[in-house]
Write a protein that binds this ligand. Structure first.
Ligand SMILES: [Zn+2]
Length: 312
């Protein structure tokens, strides 16, 4: 038996001793449901001293076709996607709201689609897998009023998913949501959340560790969120970018979902310049799960470099 085999055998024996011990069983019982059960739909990480969890809600898949994709030059989009090793015939956008424990506050940034847009409505299950009951969420921070970000505020029966949470949204976005929700037939959602909404001025400090960051272009009051703890920071970019390939490599392309195209382009270029120069940690709510990574300058443009190893 070589050294490795002996060590493995010793580890097995030790494991069986621990498993057979009544004390170990008693001690193990309360932790049978760990705070973060293994699940492919959650990814726990740290931002300085803060605990955070990426929470999978689902996947939006649309054909790379005119009037379906936000990028009108579908042939060019195919070239960029296939150049990055992705299928060229479809656009895949993940949806993953972000949970941050900020002291006593349990903060959820965006709420997923609530099953809209062909998505899987996984958010509440992902939250529970992360050991969080929806009734314990204290603050819901909304990036903007589109259905894949506010849809999860209510359940299928129209009741509030996070009944004890304040819903924080920028003042201009709240005005836009009220106008748009009525038009889009979402009046029930609007009625349910209105008593919970606490609008803030763009750029406001919204929790002790989280500051809103106005990211213009996508919607009138679109807001990112910067989470800061000690020397570490993370920027949640909302829908300033949708695709980790197209939005990053072709920030100058008009995105048909932006209400102000020129501002959207300027915001993307600013994020890429600032993010790559400072090696800023980014959270892309629509980037491949878990959406964590950094922008890097490459040749005459930029690429997305995902974090491949979980943070301690
Ligand atoms: Zn979105």
């Amino acid at each position: 038996m070589n050294v490795h085999a002996r060590l493995a055998a010793a580890a097995l024996i030790l494991a069986s001793i621990v498993a057979c011990s009544p004390e170990a069983e008693k001690a193990a019982a309360p932790t049978a449901a760990p705070a973060t059960a293994p699940s492919p739909d959650i990814h726990a990480f740290r931002i300085g001293a803060l605990e955070a969890v990426a929470l999978k809600d689902g996947e939006i898949v649309m054909p790379n076709a005119a009037n379906e994709s936000p990028w009108s030059d579908t042939a060019a989009a195919r070239t960029v996607l296939t150049g990055a090793g992705q299928p060229g015939d479809a656009i895949h956008l993940s949806v993953q709201p972000l949970l941050v424990r900020d002291g006593e506050r349990v903060v959820l940034i965006d709420t997923g689609a609530g099953g809209r847009m062909g998505t899987q409505d996984k958010l509440v299950g992902s939250l529970r897998a992360a050991g969080v009951d929806p009734t314990t969420v204290t603050d819901v921070l909304i990036s903007h009023a589109h259905g894949d970000h506010v849809g999860g505020l209510v359940g299928a029966d129209g009741s509030l998913t996070f009944p004890n949470a304040a819903v924080r949204i920028s003042e201009p976005e709240w005005e836009y949501m009220k106008a748009g929700a009525a038009k889009a037939g979402e009046a029930a959602l609007l009625t349910a959340v209105t008593p919970k909404v606490q609008p803030f001025a763009p750029g406001a400090q919204v929790t002790p560790s989280i500051r809103a960051v106005a990211l213009a272009g996508h919607t009138p009051g679109h807001s990112g969120y910067e989470v800061v703890s000690g020397a570490e920071r993370l920027l949640y970019i909302g829908d300033a970018m949708h695709s980790s390939v197209i939005s990053v490599q072709r920030p100058d392309w008009v995105n048909g979902w932006d209400t102000d195209s020129a501002a959207g382009v300027a915001t993307r270029q600013g994020l890429l310049e600032r993010g790559s120069a400072g090696s800023l940690r980014i959270y892309g709510v629509h980037f491949p799960f878990p959406g964590l990574g950094r922008f890097q300058r490459r040749d005459d443009g930029f690429v997305w470099v995902p974090e491949t190893t979980a943070q301690p």
